[in-house]
Write a protein of this length. Structure first.
Length: 343
């Protein structure tokens, strides 16, 4: 046990050293990845920070691991004992300042928002945030608000900042608004909105099927598992994207897999080159048999991706955003609805 913990720590240190590679996959080409989406157009609703310096902080491992927080903040011990104040409010929108934006590929960016460095974001794994922006006017001239959920990819206990990985749609209402934000601009954010209450070792195996930006909730769970030496969960991720160049956060995922023997990733792309060694084409039974743990009461499969992928793999969520019926490949492979969670 002690040896296993020491090996995990050593692996983690290795990942930290490779942190500078995490974000830059230098990808180009078209990304598929329309995350599954319950859109909330708010026609009714009307409802602070510290810049972190060079964006290199985001590109490095400090953005990804709570253990690096001390490099950014150092609070008095008493404040730590009391627990830092949460920057988020689940009942009200709070304004967060955009500090920096980084291109991940031709249509996907990481946005870093900042707040008081003495405060923690106050996120529990796995949860998302709700964003709100005034976009246009209603017929009566009053403001039109657009509301969209996004899933932070920074550590849930990070103090002073959070990061969102967002695919920009040419015609997308919120994402076009975000695409035009500049450092110093503010965004209204509410949350956290709990999705899957993850607890360490809640299952022996967790399988994940993600498409495009559907990786964001998976990353929260993966980071929670691999950053906790007491968590022995085996994690297998099947990650579908359009082409090898479109694979979001590949360098980070590869580094995590290299550093943590309990995390494995299998990439699948629709458009591959001859050298491509991962899965080719759309997700199918063979790929999921190969990439996921077998059905069992000790297994949980998490699914998140564009509607087309959800339909093939598990069936999409119900219109009221409840889990809906389990259909598709996972059902055919013998998983029960209790063994599958759709984000
Ligand atoms: C729980 C949750 C978490 C999420 N987390 C993330 C995340 O971490 N990162 C991320 O990038 N996304 C995430 N999303 C998706 C995100 O909330 C938005 O739906 C997405 O960014 C698109 O919003 P938009 O307003 O820009 O686009 P929209 O205006 O809603 O349009 C999206 C696309 O669909 C097209 N479109 C719009 N309306 C129609 C229509 N009627 N018919 C056909 N096409 C249409 C648009 O042209 C555009 O290409 C998440 C969704 C959920 C539900």
């Amino acid at each position: 046990m002690a040896m296993a913990m020491a090996m995990r720590r050593a692996g983690r240190a290795g990942a930290l050293m490779r942190g500078a590679e995490f974000w830059g996959n230098g990808a180009t080409g078209s990304a598929r990845c329309m995350a599954s989406v319950a859109r909330v157009e708010d026609e009714r609703s009307s409802s602070s920070g510290r810049a972190l310096g060079a964006f290199g902080a985001l590109l490095g491992a400090g953005a990804l691991y709570g253990s690096c927080q001390g490099m950014i903040n150092s609070e008095p011990a008493a404040a730590e004992e009391a627990g830092p104040k949460s920057a988020l409010n689940p009942k009200e929108f709070v304004k967060f300042k955009l500090a920096e934006v980084h291109d991940v590929n031709h249509n996907t960016k990481v946005y870093r928002f900042t707040f008081d460095s003495q405060e923690a974001l106050g996120l529990n794994v796995a949860s998302c945030l709700i964003t709100k922006a005034e976009i246009g006017k209603k017929k009566d001239g009053s403001p039109n608000y657009v509301i969209r959920p996004y899933t932070p990819i920074s550590p849930p206990d990070s103090k002073g900042y959070f990061d969102l990985l967002i695919k920009i749609y040419p015609e997308g209402k919120m994402t076009q608004h975000l695409a035009h934000l500049k450092p110093g601009d503010e965004l209204d954010v509410k949350g956290p909105i709990p999705k899957l209450p993850y607890t360490p070792n809640m299952k022996k195996q967790i399988g994940m099927v993600a498409g495009g930006t559907g990786i964001t909730p998976m990353l929260q769970v993966i980071d929670a598992i691999v950053s906790n030496p007491e968590d022995n969960t085996q994690v297998s991720l099947v990650f579908a994207n359009t082409s090898p160049a479109d694979i979001l956060l590949k360098a980070k995922l590869d580094a995590l897999s290299f550093a943590h023997p309990n995390f494995k990733v299998f990439y699948v792309v629709d458009k591959s080159s001859e050298e491509w060694k991962g899965g080719k084409g759309y997700l199918n039974k063979d790929m999921l048999v190969k990439g996921l743990p077998a059905p069992s009461d000790d297994t949980l499969i998490l699914v998140c991706g564009p509607p087309g992928m959800m339909n093939i793999v598990s069936g999409d969520k119900a219109p009221d955003r409840s889990q809906g019926e389990l259909v598709g490949i996972l059902k055919d492979l013998g998983y029960t609805s209790e063994q599958v969670f759709k984000f």
